[in-house]
Design a protein around this ligand. Structure first.
Ligand code: NAP
Length: 261
């Protein structure tokens, strides 16, 4: 299927993370032009090397802390200045936070998680939308989560943040849908990345081996495994492309059928 992403300009935040790298690679392979963000230049240099050092007319790296609205705006402006337009954004940068039951919740933990997972996403959407409207067609694909629908013990800040971004996506979809922009989110359960390693450790400490912890989470899915980053990336490509233009304000669950029961 031709997703018609060739030469389309896409900005991906958190591009050096597990999912971000796979998403960056997938868009490049479709012929898109990508602006990739990270909090550190060294991580961007490593990512570019892993992507085969694409030329600057295919990929640029931008150091951005997504909690800094001015920095997010500057990165989006720079992307358009460099490539000439913007077709899609994938606000992917995220943080799992500390393991805390609600009775022990700290404002600091909630604030840090919300700063990255909610405000960080909101800033990208806010400053990208005027360019997407200028373009006349395009998309927003947010990395939500199973936590956009469900609760999870000890993960209150994270699941609250992912419910919040799902709400922002649905709201934005109603505002930009009639102007040619489709706005959706991807909702994976466990994905095989460093974030999941941290969640395993936060949940079980030293009471389970890494293998036992993975088995515990993976066994909740019908296929008894974590999602692969390539599967999440494929979902992002689909939701970014015109092929899915009639899907708006929706989340695609990548959870091995876990939601069924
Ligand atoms: N892994 C899972 O099981 C899973 C499941 C559902 C949803 N998700 C969501 O998928 C997204 C990617 O997760 P992942 O598994 O790929 O995690 P990851 O490997 O830990 O990567 C997280 C990325 O977020 C970036 N980031 C963190 N704080 C940032 C900040 N203040 N400003 C800019 N970037 C920041 C990091 O950038 P630097 O490395 O440059 O610091 C990193 O690239 C997240 O939104 C996550 O919530 C993950």
């Amino acid at each position: 299927m031709d997703l018609k992403l060739k030469d389309k300009v896409v900005l991906i935040t958190g591009a050096t993370g597990g999912i971000g790298q796979a998403v960056s690679k997938a868009f490049l392979e479709e012929g898109a032009k990508v602006a990739l963000t990270s909090t550190a230049q060294e991580k961007l240099d490593k990512l570019m090397a892993e992507l085969g050092n694409p030329s600057e007319d295919r990929a640029i790296g931008l150091v951005v802390d997504v909690t800094d609205e001015d920095a997010v705006k500057a990165a989006i402006d720079k992307t358009v200045e460099h490539f000439g337009s913007l077709y899609s954004v994938v606000p992917n940068a995220g943080y799992n936070g500390d393991w805390q039951e609600v009775k022990d919740a700290t404002a600091e933990n909630y604030q840090k998680v919300f700063d990255i997972n909610v405000y960080g996403v909101l800033y990208v959407m806010k400053h990208a939308i005027p360019y997407l409207l200028e373009n006349g067609s395009g998309s927003i694909v947010v990395l939500g989560s199973e936590g956009s629908y469900e609760g999870s013990p000890g993960m209150g800040a994270y699941v609250a943040s992912k419910h919040a971004v799902a709400a922002i996506v649905k709201t934005a979809a109603t505002e930009v849908g009639e102007k040619g922009i489709h706005c959706n989110f991807v909702a994976p359960s466990a994905v095989d990345t460093d974030m999941m390693r941290r969640i395993e450790k936060n949940t079980f400490g030293d009471t389970k081996t890494p293998e036992e912890a993975e088995r515990f989470f993976a066994d909740a899915s019908w296929d008894k495994r974590y999602a692969r980053v390539e599967e999440v990336a494929a979902c992002c490509l689909y939701l970014a492309s015109e092929v899915s233009a009639h899907i708006m304000g929706w989340g695609i669950r990548l959870d091995g059928g876990k939601h069924i029961l």
